[in-house]
Write a new protein. Sequence first.
Length: 263
Amino acid sequence: MRARTPSPRDVSGYFTPAPPRVLAHRGLALDAPENTLLAFLHAVNAGATHIETDVHGSADGVAMISHDPDLRRVAGRDVRVAQLTASELRRVPLGEAQGFCSLAEALDAFPETRFNIDVKSADAIPGTVQVIRDLRATERVLIGSFSTSRRRAVVRQLPGVATSLSASGVLPAVHAARSGAVGALTRMLRGIDAVQLPAVVVGVASMTPRSVRSFHEAGVEAHVWTVNDPEMMVCLLDMGVDGIVTDRADLALAILEERRRAR
């Protein structure tokens, strides 16, 4: 397999250590509520260097870690994250003595950990930018979002930050990569450091040996979400993917360790 073409952001600490890497999806939530400091601690203790998480804006403009826009699923309350202050959100019981935490608290609690941040709402943009600036965390975060405009709004304010492809670019990128159209793929991925794709896009596999080669030749990393089946993890690693986003970081990390020992 050809080596990945160097990217202008290869100096970013986010892309260390070298791939393949595991991205702990909302932490490791086996014995902890998702997206809490405890879930992040479990992931780090299992050996994860990267955590995938999400941010919404609170009523007082704080970037708070939450996948959903409301509290119904995680706390049984019919209220939106944006309707509560950061202080109120921290007091919401999520289980295991955990409440909502802010992005600042997560970055501060795990200073050696890289964070893959999905900006879920426009009201999270100012707080996210400010926290990353204040904590000088640009080199250890990657900014993503399903919304291209939200992602670009954050990236513009954080020069040099790593970023991933947004939803609108997924289908054309997968088509170009699967067909080996590296020139077109390189052009459409200008300014992008990683593609983070679901395993299946419109009924076809997003990752094949050819598409992974194409992404690498276009100068980006190839990550897949959300993969919890060990056999599929092995298959993807055999293809050469750079990152596996998973709810079971413990299983994925064990597979990586076994493969390292077998070399």
